[in-house]
Design a binder for this molecule. Structure first.
Ligand code: ADE
Length: 281
């Protein structure tokens, strides 16, 4: 991280990500970044955003990839630090300009339960920002519940330990809360011993809405989204129709505009018409 210093460095980083995403067939992505990790080492938020914005514009015009940015707070830092970051002028300006559409909560889940961050989420909610939080990755299902009840998040990142609480599982399915799952990083971080141990089949059977994602490829074995899709396929042998359902849920739970959602659905329809028939399921 210490090599990321000027806007060009952040543009290069983001562009590298986008070219990998394009190679994997990505059409839209919602990307997390950690403002505090850079501001703490005296790299200004404006520098980070300027680089990301350039890469995002280029990704849209040259690769056809649309994107949104989600600013994550680091839960190992004091909650008041998260609130001060949210209130920073440059951060507020990025929300007002629509350059950053939502907030998240990442870093070590335990022993930092979601409710510690109620203040920053209350303020983000008042601004009309989208809200998600890592929960139920290494922390218990109870953290997912408090993220929903006290932080009022609309999505949960990971959330795989929801499987330990049947009532919560049913609630998440009924309320169509998107779980953004990162199978390979779950193995790297020892949440599960192997991808086959993830509750993918139970989630499908229970009608839980989830997406399959990459997670910090530089940290987790250089694995981008297709590697995560393939790892799930190798472990669960899903049918083409099941993949279509996963992708439909990902689009429904995404935070892009309605018009873009329709374009993504049309693209999915054309792929599924071809492949569901070819695969016979
Ligand atoms: N899987 C993960 N868990 C917690 N914090 C993260 N930051 C990036 N990836 C993360």
């Amino acid at each position: 991280m210490s090599v990321l210093l000027d806007a060009g460095d952040f543009e290069t980083l983001a562009w590298d990500y986008f070219t990998h995403a394009a190679a994997d067939g990505v059409a839209h992505c919602e990307v997390f970044f950690d403002p505090q990790a850079h501001m703490e080492r005296s790299v200004s938020y404006d520098i980070v955003l300027a680089g990301f914005q350039k890469a995002r514009e280029r990704a849209e015009s040259e690769l056809g990839i649309t994107s949104e940015l989600i600013a994550c707070f680091l839960r190992h830092l004091p909650p008041a630090h998260a609130t001060a970051t949210l209130e920073h002028d440059a951060v507020q300006a990025s929300f007002a300009a629509g350059h950053v559409i939502g907030i998240g909560l990442d870093s070590s889940e335990k022993p930092f339960p979601p409710e510690l961050f109620q203040d920053v989420y209350r303020k983000a909610g008042a601004l009309g920002l989208k809200m998600t939080a890592h929960a139920g990755e290494e922390g218990p299902a109870a953290y997912v519940k408090t993220a929903l009840d006290t932080l009022r998040v609309q999505r949960i990142d990971h959330g795989v330990r929801v499987i330990e609480d049947e009532a919560l599982l049913q609630r998440i399915a009924a309320d169509k809360i998107l779980l953004s799952i990162c199978p390979i990083s779950n193995v790297f971080l020892k949440g599960v011993a192997s991808v086959a141990d993830l509750p993918i089949r139970q989630f499908l059977d229970a009608g839980v809405r989830f997406s399959i994602n990459s997670d910090d490829p530089a940290y987790f074995g250089n694995n981008y989204i297709l590697a995560n899709y393939c790892a799930v396929q190798e472990a669960f042998e899903l049918s083409a129709a099941e993949w279509v359902a996963i992708c439909e849920g990902s689009i429904d739970g995404s935070w892009c505009g309605q018009e873009r959602k329709e374009e993504l659905r049309a693209r999915l329809r054309s792929v599924s018409e071809e492949w569901v028939g070819r695969c016979g399921t």
